[in-house]
Design a protein around this ligand. Structure first.
Ligand code: MRU
Length: 364
């Protein structure tokens, strides 16, 4: 996608041929800054501190983290150590483990002396595949938006999204936002209700930033407003991303997604989840009991980053001093509340049978 007229991905190899550059998402929307990552520790820190975030981008960053570790030591023991360090950086997004597994699968058969170029080539392919996958998700999601548009000719299609599942969460395109970009580019009038997505405000800061940069009409709303707009017929569909989806279609996504799905269900609003198949955890069936939910720092709830009138940024306290805060980063939306899963192979019901139809080779 383009920023200030220049095409960017969210992660790329620097001109030195081995270090990696990412967009520092902790500075958005106030500043567009890039940050070099020159070691596995840099990559792990970037994932943990959410310099990079979003399930697919976390996986891509971990893949390059592994590459940089191998430059120091390409032995089997070092490969295992690097895997263990990176896989523990964030617990909910399964793409992290998926990407590291892809890397290890490619690297184990290669003798240590030949591993570094193989690692970089595999990481690059992983990024290219992410872009192609998201483009396919966009095309399948576009037909849903087109159908809605055809049922209300000449009128705007209003779409609600939560958190950021756009290009900033991936290598390019995004998952939930890819269909929206394609609809906009195809001339379908779309407007996006952007949940601000407390506590870290990925909606208000990142989704709004990227939609604005692409010229897509949008309005930021507080997390509690979506149900109200649905009751008043102002939401035609919801579409969100996911950090892990079970083999039966339960969906873990940013905290608050479940409440939106409940409101959508109550109001007959279709609720779609867009995902690459790398987000499906084929080993589990019960999202509520089997998906580990990351608990993040209470400080993300009690404090917030903002911009002062002189353009500088500052973190300020928001809540009653001394009051404790809890911060589960994700929740699980049961499959029964999901209208459809938008994958790179098409749209399917959020059921074991639906997923099996599209991914027969994985579903067993
Ligand atoms: O905690 P984050 O910002 O990494 O959470 C991101 C989300 O919940 C996204 O919506 C999800 O990863 C889907 S990304 C395409």
């Amino acid at each position: 996608m383009k920023i200030h007229g220049r095409a960017y991905r969210t992660i790329w190899v620097a001109p030195d041929g081995w270090s990696v550059v990412v967009i520092d998402q902790t500075q958005l929307p106030f500043a567009f800054a890039t940050r070099p990552l020159a070691s596995i520790d840099d990559a792990a820190h970037a994932i943990k501190s959410m310099v990079v975030r979003g399930a697919p981008l976390i996986g891509a960053t971990a893949a390059y983290g592994l590459c940089m570790a191998l430059r120091e030591d390409a032995s089997d023991a070092a490969l295992s150590r690097a895997y263990d360090l990176l896989v523990a950086t964030r617990p909910t997004a399964i793409n992290l483990k998926w990407a590291l597994d892809q890397m290890v699968e490619a690297l184990r058969p290669v003798p240590p002396a030949g591993r570094v170029p193989v690692a970089y080539a595999r990481a690059a392919r992983l990024c290219d595949d992410d872009v192609a996958t998201n483009e396919a998700i966009g095309r399948h999601g576009l037909s849903i938006i087109r159908d809605i548009a055809q049922r209300k000719p000449g009128k705007t299609v209003n779409i609600l999204t939560h958190c950021n599942a756009g290009w900033l969460a991936c290598v390019d395109w995004g998952t939930a936002l890819a269909p929206i970009y394609m609809a906009h580019d195809a001339g379908i009038p779309v407007h996006v209700w952007v949940d601000e997505t407390r506590p870290r405000n990925q909606g208000g800061s990142l989704t709004a930033y990227e939609l604005g940069a692409h010229g897509v009409k949008h309005t930021i709303i507080v997390d509690n407003a979506g149900g109200h707009y649905m009751q008043h017929g102002l939401v035609d569909m919801c579409i969100v991303g996911t950090d892990r989806t079970t083999a039966t279609g339960d969906v873990a996504n940013k905290i608050g997604t479940y409440l939106k799905a409940l409101a959508a269900h109550d109001n007959g609003v279709p609720f779609y989840v867009a995902l690459p198949s790398s987000t499906i955890d084929w080993t589990i069936e019960d999202g509520l009991r089997q998906i580990e939910i990351e608990e993040r720092s209470a400080r993300e709830v009690t404090h917030v980053l903002g911009q002062l009138s002189d353009g500088s940024t500052q973190t300020v306290a928001l809540t009653a001093p001394g009051s404790p805060a809890a911060n589960p980063a994700f929740d699980v939306t049961p499959a029964r509340l999901v209208t459809g899963l938008v994958t790179e192979r098409g749209v399917c019901p959020a059921t074991r049978a639906g997923l099996r139809r599209l991914f027969a080779e994985r579903a067993g």
